[in-house]
Design a protein around this ligand. Structure first.
Ligand SMILES: Cc1cc2nc3c(=O)[nH]c(=O)nc-3n(C[C@H](O)[C@H](O)[C@H](O)COP(=O)(O)O)c2cc1C
Length: 192
C-alpha cells in the first residue's frame, strides 16, 4: 500500500539539526515501501512569504511554488519536522507551511519534533498541532519526539539510539492507517 508522503523540514540554520531528523524519517518511511519526498526550504530556496500560492494568477506563481503545489496535491500525507524555538514553532516552518492551504486539505499530518534538550520539542509540537488543523491537515495522535537529537541521529539520518527505530514503527503505522483511509475517502470526493 505504498503511499506518497511529503516530509516538511522546518529549519534553515546553517548548523541545523532538523535535516538529520528529516533524513531519518525519509529513510524509515522509504524502507516501509512509501514514496517519500523531503521539502527542504534551503534546497528549494523558498523566499519569505510574499503572496500565498493561491494569490497568484493561475500559471503566474514562481516555479518553486508550482512544483511544491504539484507535489502536495499528489501527497497522501505530510510529516512535519519541527524544532522548538522559544517553546514555539520555528519561523522557518511557519513560513514553509503558510505558502499553501487548499493543497493540504483532507490529508493527515504527523509531527516529528526534536530539540537538543531533553523535552524533544514537544512544547512546539502542541502549538503546531493547532496550526496543522487550521491548515486542513490534522495531525495524528502520536508524536515522534527526538530529545537530544545531536546524540540520536547522525548526519546521514541513521539512528544512533536504537530506541528510535523501536518507537518509529508504531508512529508510522498510525500515519499509514490515516493516510490510507483518507486516500480512499478522497477518491469518493471531498466536501469542498
Ligand atoms: C532561537 C532558538 C530558540 C531555541 N529555543 C529552544 C526551546 O525553547 N526549547 C528547546 O528545547 N530548545 C531550544 N533551542 C535549542 C534547539 O533545540 C536546538 O538549537 C535545535 O538544534 C534547533 O533546531 P535546528 O538545529 O534544526 O534549527 C532553541 C534554539 C534556537 C536557535
Amino acid at each position: 500500500m505504498g503511499l506518497k508522503l511529503v516530509v516538511l523540514v522546518g529549519s534553515v540554520r546553517s548548523d541545523r539539526q532538523g535535516i538529520k531528523a528529516a533524513r531519518y524519517v525519509e529513510k524509515s518511511l522509504a524502507a516501509r515501501g512509501h514514496e517519500v519526498a523531503i521539502v527542504d526550504p534551503v534546497a528549494v530556496q523558498l523566499p519569505l512569504l510574499d503572496r500565498m500560492y493561491k494569490e497568484y494568477e493561475k500559471g503566474k506563481a514562481p516555479a518553486v511554488l508550482e512544483e511544491l503545489a504539484t507535489l502536495y496535491r499528489a501527497a497522501d500525507g505530510f510529516v512535519v519536522v519541527s524544532g522548538e524555538y522559544n517553546h514555539s514553532i520555528p519561523p522557518a516552518l511557519s513560513n514553509l507551511l503558510d505558502h499553501f492551504l487548499e493543497e493540504y486539505f483532507f490529508r493527515p499530518s504527523a509531527i516529528v519534533c526534536y530539540s537538543t534538550g531533553g523535552f524533544g520539542g514537544v512544547r512546539a509540537a502542541m502549538q503546531l498541532r493547532a496550526m496543522l488543523c487550521e491548515l486542513g491537515m490534522p495531525s495524528i495522535s502520536s508524536l515522534f519526539p527526538i530529545p537530544k537529537i545531536q546524540n540520536a541521529v547522525d548526519d546521514s539520518g541513521m539512528a544512533l539510539d536504537q530506541a528510535l527505530d523501536r518507537r518509529f514503527g508504531r508512529f508510522a503505522a498510525e500515519l499509514e492507517w490515516y493516510a490510507d483511509a483518507l486516500r480512499e475517502a478522497r477518491r469518493k470526493g471531498v466536501p469542498y
